[in-house]
Ligand binder design. Structure first.
Ligand code: SUG
Length: 450
């Protein structure tokens, strides 16, 4: 029996709104607004605690070091630290923001992970995402890879941790945010669905009329499928709908979600996908003997603008119950962990009520979580976690230092309350004293994990 585990990242003390998220309307709207790192970190932690309480083994990583001063010197800012910061703020606020980026909190972009059951070599494969579309996230793969290695190394040779794809624009990759895994009740028969925004091989002019630059390329998705040794008959590539990208859907997980045999998506999630979706449904039935449960929200039911405002599809769809229990002893049910914005957008609220009321859909409950700070940067609950399917017996082999227990959560809360800035703006970020202060925050966090 396979079970899902989640890995979140502790929100960093430099969480701020730099407006750097490409095609991300919340990020663009909040550019240079005052952020609240302490609140952001506590909201993220509460979300992870709720997921753990629903029975998902929950892990949490420490933040990478910020600022990345090497970025400033690489860009030619020189002199004392204060001079570098002053010059960056005056000449290139984007560079300054990128150096202090807290975007690593959105762990769904950390990597694409496929389980042992899906590859012909029987290994779990993990490719950290190169995140080259924007100013601020290209360093994350190198920063998260050692943590992923530390988490997974107890699984031994059953793990292939690949390097990120080459850092070239035709291979731009945003990780699990553009990947969905569907599977049968046991989790043993898996189907991998990759969703890309740009197909560089498509005839020019076909559908490339975007307002926003599409972040995931088909070439990147295909390379990941190849290096993960996925069976082609259970691997699918879908094109994100340009209407969705233009409405602010910069990742698939803003317009579609999945868990086990449930695929929930918007009418305009994919372009010309009818035949691929038919093939997916047929293959699913043939290989598993079960039916895929495909639930579509129409534009009438949830207009794209409301999907983006509410981030409904970025809710976490969680299988509840004891995943180690014998298969047929517990009826499987699912719960939605939604951003509280869903309760404020009437169409999203009605859609959630419809799903829960429908007896043919095993979703029984919705939780609404305050995630204001993450949402203002364009990240909902699902953006904050990297999910992996592993064999239930292997959970104990993962490095328990990263496991979110009640005690760890209390320690983290204390450090966050004591050390994290309540507010942050570009003014503080251009102060050498603040940089000095950040090293002490890092030490306090690191002390917890020693
Ligand atoms: O890459 N926002 C992130 C949000 C990532 C959401 N992840 C998923 N959908 N899985 C991004 O756009 C905002 C940073 C800023 O405002 O400068 C930002 O990076």
């Amino acid at each position: 029996m396979f079970t899902e585990i989640n890995v979140d990242g502790i929100v960093g003390p430099t969480h701020h709104f730099g407006g750097l998220g490409v095609g991300n309307v919340a990020s663009i709207e909040h550019q240079h607004a005052i952020s609240h790192p302490r609140q952001a970190a506590l909201e993220g932690l509460r979300k992870a605690e709720l997921i753990a309480s629903l029975g998902i083994p929950q892990f949490i990583f420490v933040p990478p070091v910020r600022p990345r001063l090497s970025l400033l010197s690489d860009l030619g800012f020189h002199g004392t630290l204060q001079e570098q910061l002053n010059a960056a703020r005056a000449e290139s606020p984007r560079a300054l923001s990128a150096a202090f980026s807290g975007a690593f909190m959105w762990m769904a972009n950390a990597a694409t992970v496929t389980p042992t059951a899906d590859s012909w070599d029987g290994r779990l494969h993990c490719t950290p995402a190169n995140l080259i579309s924007s100013w601020h996230r290209g360093s994350e793969a190198a920063e998260r890879a050692p943590q992923l290695h530390s988490l997974l190394h107890g699984l031994g040779i059953g793990v292939a941790l690949h390097p990120a794809l080459p850092y070239i624009t035709p291979l731009r990759d945003e990780g699990a945010a553009n990947h969905m895994r569907l599977c049968d009740r046991t989790g043993h028969v898996g189907f991998n669905v990759f969703v890309y925004g740009a197909d560089d091989a498509a005839p020019s002019g076909s559908t490339q009329t975007y307002q926003f630059f599409p972040r995931q390329s088909r070439a990147a998705s295909m390379a990941i499928a190849r290096r993960h040794h996925l069976a082609s008959e259970r691997t699918f590539f879908l094109h994100q709908h340009p209407r969705a990208i233009d409405a602010g859907v910069f990742h698939n997980d803003v317009i579609a979600t999945s868990c086990d045999r449930i695929l929930l998506h918007h009418e305009f999630a994919f372009l010309d996908a009818a035949s691929e979706l038919d093939r997916l449904e047929n293959q699913f039935h043939q290989c598993t003997g079960e039916s895929l449960l495909r639930i579509v929200a129409s534009e009438d039911e949830l207009p794209l603008v409301d999907a983006v405002r509410s981030y409904f599809f970025n809710s976490q769809l969680v299988r509840c119950g004891d995943s180690r229990a014998p298969l047929h002893s517990v009826p499987t049910h699912y719960e939605l962990v939604c951003p509280h914005h869903c309760a404020e957008v009437p169409s999203a609220q009605r859609l959630i009520e419809r799903l829960i009321a429908d007896p043919s859909i095993p979703i029984q409950r919705a939780h609404f979580l305050p995630l204001n700070e993450s949402m203002s940067g364009g990240g909902g609950p699902a953006c904050l976690r990297l999910r992996m399917m592993i064999h239930a017996d292997q959970v104990e082999l993962l490095n328990s230092k990263w496991r979110l227990t009640h005690a760890l959560s209390e320690q983290l809360s204390r450090v966050i309350e004591q050390w994290y800035p309540e507010q942050l703006s570009m003014v503080e970020m251009s102060s050498a004293d603040f940089v000095d202060y950040l090293t002490r925050v890092d030490e306090a966090l690191a002390g917890i994990f020693e």
